[in-house]
Design a protein around this ligand. Structure first.
Ligand SMILES: Cc1ncc(COP(=O)(O)O)c(C=O)c1O
Length: 375
């Protein structure tokens, strides 16, 4: 059987990984500033993570949500503590798209309304409503098309106010920092305006934190920089450091009832053990502070380099916009300097490393990048 050929891949096979490094099948070492698309939060094969998962696997790996799973409550408590949102409620699922799908559906159950406001260049996943709220017609199949989603220009407060006047808005979904869209940071004033309009119109503020959350921005949720609380936060990627787990946390005023949401795999023993290990390491090693410090250092150093059009981001979610003539640099970084980075179209290098990246590793990247820019 052949694989369904949907991924344009690099000709590299990774066989070993530790911290912010990976090794290919020929033993070549790479610096990983991509983290398999912002997934590796605490570093590859972290010993505590490996130990906790191994121990759990020897006890029980999976059972469905038809029995008590105390690890879920432990995870909810730890997440409440580390995120500072202890009064929220946790629902566990398996991926970012599924988290957003559940958030949008729950919002509509809650207020009985249909319209979703999303923004230009957004990415919320590939399932039906999540993809309908994603600003990329190429990945929206005819069956996903719906006029329940209204797209607005990024950061346009007037358009936002007009949309609330015109539609019965169920929810507003926004990434605190757009990832796939090219690392665009939502301003504090825009997020605050969303909060106040949602309050006035009984709409649900959904903070898509799948990529920008879990400490990556230097705060637990990137929306926290605006000093407002969303009603629902969606999470995945960094949550399991590679183990597939997603979730939403839900403000206390939104109520649960039996059967409202559900999943077979979500919240299984092994997934919870992985997510707990991640939060324990984030706490013990102060990785949110590290993301802020090393991120600030990188941004400051990048600002001194020539030819760069713009550096955007927060913490360890950084976008470097290059002129078109330099769009070969990402390949040079990978194949010559052995450094993985991410990309966003048309010409943005995305840095999404582990939150444990050291200044020394940041310097390794800066030296290689400087060499390419000054050639
Ligand atoms: C902001 C955002 N939301 C949702 C998703 C979808 O997550 P998943 O691929 O786990 O379904 C992504 C994935 O890149 C994302 O960046």
């Amino acid at each position: 059987m052949k694989l369904f050929d949907v991924y344009p891949i690099n000709d590299i096979t990774i066989e070993k990984a530790a911290g912010s490094n990976v090794w290919d099948d020929k033993g070549t070492q790479y610096l990983d500033l991509y983290g398999g698309h912002a997934v590796i939060s605490i570093g590859h094969t972290h010993p505590h993570y490996v130990q906790r998962l191994t121990e759990q696997l020897h006890k029980v790996g999976f059972y469905s949500n038809s029995i008590k799973i105390p690890l879920q409550q432990q995870l909810a408590e730890k997440l409440g503590k580390v995120s500072g949102k202890g009064d929220y409620q946790l629902f566990l699922c398996n991926s970012g798209a599924e988290a957003n799908e559940n958030a949008l559906k729950l919002a509509s159950f809650h207020n009985g309304k249909k319209k979703v406001i999303a923004f230009r260049k957004s990415f919320h996943g590939r399932t039906s409503l999540a993809v309908a709220a994603t600003d990329n017609p190429k990945i929206v199949a005819p069956v996903n098309e719906t006029d329940n989603v209204v797209f607005l220009p990024w950061e346009d407060q007037q358009a936002l106010e007009a949309a609330f006047r015109q539609h019965a808005v169920s929810s507003v979904i926004i990434e605190g920092i757009q990832g796939v869209g090219g690392i665009n940071v939502a301003s504090e004033s825009f997020l605050r305006r969303i909060r106040s309009l949602c309050d006035t119109h009984n709409a649900v503020f959904i903070a898509d934190s799948v990529q920008c959350g879990y400490g990556r921005s230097g705060k637990f949720f990137s929306h926290d920089h605006a000093g407002v609380n969303a009603d629902i936060y969606t999470m995945a990627k960094g949550m399991g450091n590679g183990f597939p787990i997603g979730g939403i946390i839900i403000a206390p005023h939104i109520q649960a009832s039996y059967g409202l949401l559900g999943t077979t795999f979500g919240g299984n023993h092994l997934a919870c053990a992985a997510a707990l290990a991640v939060l324990e390491v984030i706490e013990q090693e102060q990785l949110i502070q590290n993301a802020q410090q090393v991120g600030n250092y990188l941004m400051t150093q990048l600002a001194t380099l020539p030819h760069i059009k713009e550096v955007r981001g927060r913490g360890l979610m950084i976008g470097i916009e290059l002129p078109e003539a330099l769009n070969h640099i990402r390949k040079e970084l990978l194949f010559k300097h052995k450094i993985f980075t991410g990309e966003a179209k048309p010409n943005v290098i995305r840095l999404l490393p582990s939150l444990a990246l050291t200044q020394l590793q940041a310097d390794q990247f800066l030296a290689a990048f400087r060499e390419e820019l000054t050639k």
